[in-house]
Ligand binder design. Structure first.
Ligand code: NAD
Ligand code: ZN
Ligand code: ZN
Length: 391
């Protein structure tokens, strides 16, 4: 089959690899009808994530049609079912799964021992996200092996298109959980750093959960424009002293909560010589950049909450004085996707949200390598790329 394979920093190739097969009783195989490139894939593309090997198949936002079913998944799925697959794998039986902390599943990562030196304990296996997270092949491919298929995938009701439901695999639940983690009370003002796919769903989810105002921060004009279409007030962080502008927009009080949907590849002021130096440094060293997180801590009002869906890998510098001085709360984590599938599918069925608003590009697998570059460089108005392997 054809698949998008990682071969090092900035090197994704469309190659022919062996078809997946059932390896465990709880597996299914799906024929991939749609998959997408995520901001988290950019961290692999940028060389920030350890444990990648040349030839690894990328992708963790996937849906398709079931073509083979292991005996341990047959009570849930059958050949021909159309399913969306969560990017986290969960056994459904361990302590963390019972607590609905699906991304912290204690059993689904067979390479969990590799995580212990890095973060102390093991967490869930992830599709297409390094050998540290299990070494599972990803879904930017014609076919995908889905472990724990009796727990993860959700069947798609008739009448919904791939474009409407694909993002249940990751970014819609991620934006929603980010808003839940922000402890939003009716009437609150929520500040969102980053207007990429996760930020866009966080903005819409914040309104769903009762925010009165959402202020969205980015520097990419079309991303700010899309945030404004969702009802957010927007701030270009390169256009003047950011903290002063946030204080003045909130009557000197500051936002009640801040969602950081940027992660480790955050830009500083951007542009000019500083921007060029920053880009060069990143290319040479793959150093994590916590600028948006630092700004988020400074921006939040005393007693407020920071929600951090943005991904970090190792250590970054944090303004702990501001954090402790203001008595802030921080909630973070990989998304417990399985917990959100049914309620968010219902919102799509009810017409409360149509996630396809985000898609700017639709391509075939062979155009994947160019699409990674375009998405990373935020060129050609790119906000979200969907790949249709068989279109
Ligand atoms: N927690 C999870 O389970 C989960 C799931 C999916 C994605 N993520 C993470 O969420 C983050 C965002 O993902 P995405 O798909 O939206 O990525 P993206 O790269 O498309 O979006 C990031 C946005 O942040 C903006 N940005 C950069 N520096 C900024 C700054 N200083 N202030 C404000 N905005 C800034 C960029 O211009 C860009 O629009 C990534 O770190 C990704 O890994 C986490
Ligand atoms: Zn993702
Ligand atoms: Zn589990």
């Amino acid at each position: 089959m054809k698949a998008l394979c990682w071969h090092g920093t900035g090197d994704i190739r469309c190659e022919t690899v062996p078809d997946p097969t059932i390896e465990d009783a709880r597996d299914v195989i799906i024929k991939v009808t749609s998959c997408a490139i995520c901001g988290s894939d950019l961290h692999l593309y940028g060389g920030f994530v350890p444990g990648m090997k040349s030839g690894d198949v990328m992708g963790h936002e996937t849906m398709g049609e079931v073509v083979a079913v292991g005996p341990g998944a047959a009570h849930k799925l059958k050949v021909g079912d159309r399913v969306v697959v969560p990017f986290v794998m969960s056994c459904g039986e361990c302590r963390q799964c019972k607590w609905e902390n699906y991304s912290l599943c204690e059993r689904s990562n067979p390479n969990g021992a590799l995580q212990i030196p890095q973060i102390g304990y093991q967490t869930a296996g992830l599709f297409g996200y390094s050998h540290t997270y299990g070494g599972f092949a990803g879904g930017q491919a014609e076919y995908l092996r889905v472990p724990y298929a009796d727990v993860g995938p959700i069947k798609v009701p008739d009448g919904l298109t791939d474009d409407q439901v694909l993002f249940l695999s990751d970014i819609f639940p991620t934006g929603y959980m980010a808003a839940e983690n922000a402890n939003i009370q009716r009437g609150d003002t929520v500040l969102v750093f980053g207007c990429g796919p996760v930020g866009q769903f966080a903005i819409r989810s914040a309104f769903m959960l009762g925010a009165e105002r959402v202020i969205a921060v980015d520097r990419v004009p079309e991303r700010l424009a899309l945030a404004a279409q969702s009802g957010a007030e927007t701030l270009d962080y390169t256009a003047g002293e950011l903290q002063d502008r946030i204080r003045s927009m909130t009557g000197g009080l500051g936002p009640d909560s801040v969602i950081e949907a940027v992660g480790l590849e955050s830009h500083g002021e951007g542009g000019g010589i500083a921007g060029m130096v920053e880009t060069l440094q990143t290319k040479l060293t793959s150093t994590e950049r916590p600028y948006a997180f630092q700004q988020a801590v400074l921006a939040c009002r005393p007693g407020g909450t920071i929600s951090l869906p943005g991904v970090f890998i190792a250590n970054v510098t944090t303004p702990m004085g501001a954090f402790v001085g203001k008595g802030l709360t921080l909630k973070s984590g990989q998304t417990h996707v399985q917990k959100y599938l049914k309620p968010l599918m219902q919102k799509i069925v009810d017409g409360e949200i149509d996630p396809s608003f985000l898609i700017t590009h639709k391509i075939g697998l062979e155009d994947g390598p160019d699409a990674y570059k375009m998405f990373q460089e935020k060129k050609d108005g790119c906000i979200k790329v969907v790949i249709n392997p068989f279109a």
